[in-house]
Design a protein around this ligand. Sequence first.
Ligand code: BYC
Length: 316
Amino acid sequence: MTATDSGERALEDRFEAVVGADQRVEPRDWMPEAYRATLVRQIAQHAHSEIIGMQPEGNWLTRAPSLRRKAILLAKAQDEAGHGLYLYAAAETLGVDRAELTEKLIDGRQKYSSIFNYPTLTFADVGVIGWLVDGAAICNQVPLCRCSYGPYARAMVRICKEESFHQRQGYELLMTLMRGTEAQRAMVQDAVDRWWWPSLMMFGPPDGDSPNTERSMAWRIKRHTNDELRQRFVDMTVPQAQHLGVTLPDPALAWNEERGGWDFGEPDWSELKQVIKGNGPCNAERVERRRAAHEDGAWVREAALAHAEKKRRSAQ
Ligand code: BYC
């Protein structure tokens, strides 16, 4: 064994010990290259999802039915921009550049969550996104507050608090619609029918078809498998649906006394694959709009750089 080999082995041992003891790995710590690459992949996808996720709801900003609903929706969309920023900042601690990540998103080289490739057809969709999509996000993200990588875990704490507000505003919106007219109740049911299965797909492919889970769990990036979190979401959501008075569009949904959980049907995994590949109903539109916003914002980035340069010169 060479000196370099034993030095490398000591670093690896220390890394494994930190992860094994549930302590945090910090940006300046040594880490295996594959750990770093996995984090960049997941955090970048997560950041992109927050930013692209502003579009489906943003579609309703100018048509919100009251000032109160508009103020809530605006605050939620702004929170999502903030989440994107925390997450891009967390990714940058791993040595990647935000501008480069944005280029990869608009070139289709990096992914974002499948859920944001579905259209928002009515204002009830705003409520259902809050209830189901943010509800699923909370289930998935609360365990990430204990992720082994410090900057990601810390960013998740604040994100989860804000997601809870998002979930509550969605549920409150739906409760209001359900107390309204027959047509409003039908609008809620229609939105639930369209968003239920895509929400279950947010947790990723089934465990048997999830190439990254095992490694990510061993590194304590992920704390639960995709199927475990999906089950947790279903168990949490079914009583909320009952309270709301809507039907979840799954004939296989049944309480399993023995397990103490809800049995549910199989999502259409071929649909998830297609949406991830770029063939969902709104993929092209979402990426195109992101590209246009990036190009429209070029002058802001140039002005900020020119201003920083001017300040640097005057400080010399
Ligand atoms: N959509 O081995 P797997 C939000 C990809 S933001 C697209 O299980 P992993 C919100 C996966 O990336 C919600 N792609 O992967 C915002 C992998 O591909 P690559 C975003 C998906 O990483 C605004 C391949 O399929 N949340 O909530 O172990 C408004 C195999 O999957 C999806 C996060 O990003 C999908 N649904 O597990 C409202 C949370 N599922 O990269 C709300 C952080 C899988 O190997 N991310 N893929 O080419 C995670 O927790 C994990 O990355 C996942 C996937 C559970 C999503």
